[in-house]
Design a protein around this ligand. Structure first.
Ligand code: NOJ
Ligand code: CA
Length: 678
């Protein structure tokens, strides 16, 4: 017999009956999204509705602070203010030229009713395709030195969902294969984390404008309830700031389709406008390099008999770039310090001193004579204070040699960044903690002063800061092509399709597509030849590497033509179809011509994707230069089966895109001259 059934029922009823009161609310401009702020016995929460349906159930807001009471209880609404904004801005480079920034804003001030009477603001910005909110800490005597032990922001997903995610707080930073699991089985995830609900709603959780704060991981606490878990600082807290300050935006992109997520400009819009002014000195471009041969272990970063970065080898690559119209040449391992265990031990690096077999000045002069630009390289091995001490000199050197893009590197296990404040102690920091957020911006700002663009590997995640600092042009921050060389396991066929709807939502990635030899170090790259071409369209970056060995491109000269042609800067971008992890087709219009490009890719399953060409400019005719999988192509058994063919098309035509298992397709729509009208 169950004891006291009535009492159990009454207690249950009582605790379910919400005493929460909605105290403020706002809708997006087209009334698609609605946010409600409630106070429930002094605790604040927000909920999100889309077209009247609850998407995010009441989710708590607040902080745990050091040496003082938590900032989460005894709250009341002190004031609220609504406003709206609508304007467009132009990207100096990007996936599209013009971006509309159209939102409604709700600002609420929450104040404690007793004791310390502290206050903070929560600002919501609502777009039709997503929202962001952030905390703002005003100046106040009771809370000036803010030490955040934990951010208590929650995200309670209302509907059962499937999630695509990588683990956060693990040693390999962002370099994990995406897992697809029920949302209720996620442990702790990096953002962007993308989910699809049972009713087909797609949501991507991320953040925008991560400045002087630590990166947010999503920790599942129960069911589909997630809490912000900030990347830790070596001091034991998560973040320390002086008020006034504000947090990054916590963002949710919300769409009916996976493609809708990719189309959203939410993250960029929530960042501050360009502070650098004219950045036309940065030129989106492709670059080759002494790179893949290192990953194949044909040559070494270390000096000695097999050293890759020799003057001679550099000249060979400069010639290859000049011959084929590529702007940049990256040379890794040219400087002193690569000889030890540089993994996690970068204190030997000298960023201004070349090895004896490499004549930096002569190589730079030769590049210049051939109309090619060197791409600089700074690998830190995670010894970041050591790098910072040399930063000015290292950047000045590159500036003097006309190097205007630098690839930086932070190879070290997560949590093992070496910080040395000169106090005789070594602090260990996370790649995405507050200290590294500051470091990255320091490098980007110092580089900008010298008109140099930055492309970090093993970076902090992208949160759209390229809008504010358009010299922060790309980064790694996911498993790149290099895993095809030595990854165990290598990247499977679905990997790049997963990236489009997860990692790529955050911004450009230096993935380094285009390994036409389809061969790593004793293992095959798990794609077809045509898919390697499609990746130049699918995985956006204003700088794209052409990474394979020159002799491999010469062997695949037909496919190579597409790599020579494809631009890296776009006027428009349209996702034509796509499902996370399964397939995707993207069309982009070249910024520098009337041509359009299309990339399509699939996972391990072959597919037929009908596509209407209505994105093409009406009334215009094009030669479609099609690079497709051959009829028997298969990533495992016949990856080189490949066909290049042409046909004339217009915006009224349809194409049936046939993708082999693990395959892809790339098309250049070359605009034909306009017929003059008589
Ligand atoms: C890892 C980077 O992803 C790769 O591109 C680079 O070659 C090595 N670090 C060495 O810096
Ligand atoms: Ca799949």
């Amino acid at each position: 017999m169950r004891p006291y059934p009535l009492l159990v029922l009454l207690t249950a009823l009582f605790s379910c009956a919400s005493r929460a009161e909605v105290v403020a609310e706002a809708s997006s401009p087209g009334k698609v999204l609605r946010v409600q702020l409630s106070i429930d016995e002094g605790r604040a929460s927000y909920s999100v509705l889309r077209l009247g349906e609850v998407v995010i159930a009441p989710s708590r807001l607040g902080f745990l602070l050091r040496d003082t009471e938590k900032l989460e209880r005894n709250l009341q609404l002190a004031s609220q203010h609504s406003s709206s904004f609508d304007s467009s801005w132009e990207q100096p480079w990007g996936e599209r030229r013009h971006v509309r920034n159209h939102y409604s804003e709700l600002r609420v001030r929450l104040s404690e009713t007793i004791k310390l009477k502290r206050s903070f603001d929560v600002v919501f910005r609502l777009y039709d395709d997503g929202l962001g909110f952030r905390y703002e800490f005003p100046q106040q005597d009771q809370l000036s030195d803010v030490i955040i032990d934990d951010e208590l922001t929650e995200f309670v997903v209302a509907e059962p969902a499937t999630a695509w995610w990588i683990p956060a707080g693990e040693w390999n930073r962002y370099e994990y294969l995406y897992q697809r699991t029920p949302l209720a089985e996620v442990t702790q995830a990096h953002t962007p984390m993308t989910i699809r609900s049972e009713s087909g709603l797609h949501i991507a959780f991320h953040e925008a404008a991560l400045v002087d704060y630590s990166g947010m991981w999503l920790r599942r606490t129960e069911g589909q309830r997630f809490r912000a878990q900030l990347s830790p600082a070596s001091e034991g807290w998560k973040v320390r700031r002086k008020a006034p300050f504000h947090t990054p935006w916590r963002t949710l992109q919300i769409a009916d389709s996976a493609g809708g997520l990719y189309q959203s400009d939410l993250i960029l819009n929530l960042n501050e406008p360009n502070v650098l002014g004219d950045v036309s000195w940065f030129q989106p471009a492709k670059y080759v390099g002494i790179w893949w041969e290192l990953h194949l272990d044909q040559t070494t970063w270390a000096s000695g008999a097999r050293h890759g970065a020799t003057t001679e080898n550099a000249r060979r690559h400069i010639d290859f770039a000049a011959r084929n119209g590529f702007r940049g040449v990256l040379i890794e391992g040219w400087n002193v310090g690569w000889d030890g265990a540089w993994f996690g031990n970068g204190n030997d690096f000298d960023f201004s001193k070349a090895t004896p077999d490499f004549d930096l000045r002569a190589v730079a002069a030769y590049a210049k004579s051939r109309g090619v630009h060197l791409v600089g390289h700074h690998e830190t091995g995670g010894a970041v204070s050591h790098y910072e001490r040399q930063l000015d000199a290292a950047l000045d050197l590159y500036r003097a040699l006309d190097v205007d893009v630098i690839k930086t590197g932070y190879v070290a296990d997560a949590g093992q960044i070496e910080r040395n404040d000169g106090d005789g102690r070594v602090h260990r920091e996370w790649h995405d903690g507050q200290w590294m957020a500051r470091h990255h911006l320091k490098v980007v700002r110092e580089a900008a002063k010298r008109r140099i663009a930055i492309n970090p590997h093993e970076p902090i995640k992208d949160t759209g800061l390229r809008r504010t600092y358009p010299n922060w042009v790309a980064r790694e921050g996911a498993r790149g092509m290099e895993y095809g060389a030595w990854g165990n396991p290598p990247n499977p066929p679905e990997h790049e399709i997963n990236l489009v709807f997860t990692r790529m939502l955050s911004g450009p990635m230096d993935y380094t597509p285009g390994i036409l030899s389809l061969q790593g170090r004793g293992q095959a790259i798990q794609t077809t030849l045509a898919k390697q071409l499609a990746l130049y369209v699918l995985l956006y970056s204003p700088i794209q590497m052409v990474p394979d060995l020159p002799e491999h491109y010469e062997k695949h000269s037909t496919a190579f033509q597409f790599i020579k042609d494809v631009p890296t800067d776009w006027a428009e971008t349209h996702v034509l179809n796509g499902e996370i992890g399964d397939f995707v087709t993207i069309a982009r219009k070249d910024r520098g011509s009337d041509d359009w490009y299309l990339g399509a890719g699939t996972d391990e399953h072959g597919r037929m994707l009908p596509v209407t060409l209505s994105f093409l400019d009406p009334g215009r005719r094009y030669t479609a230069e099609i690079y497709r999988d051959g009829d028997d192509a298969h990533w495992r058994t016949a990856p080189f089966e490949f066909v290049a063919e042409q046909r004339e098309v217009s915006s009224r035509d349809r194409l049936l895109i046939r993708l082999a298992p693990g395959g892809g397709q790339a098309i250049r729509f070359k605009a034909l001259p306009m017929r003059s009208r008589r």
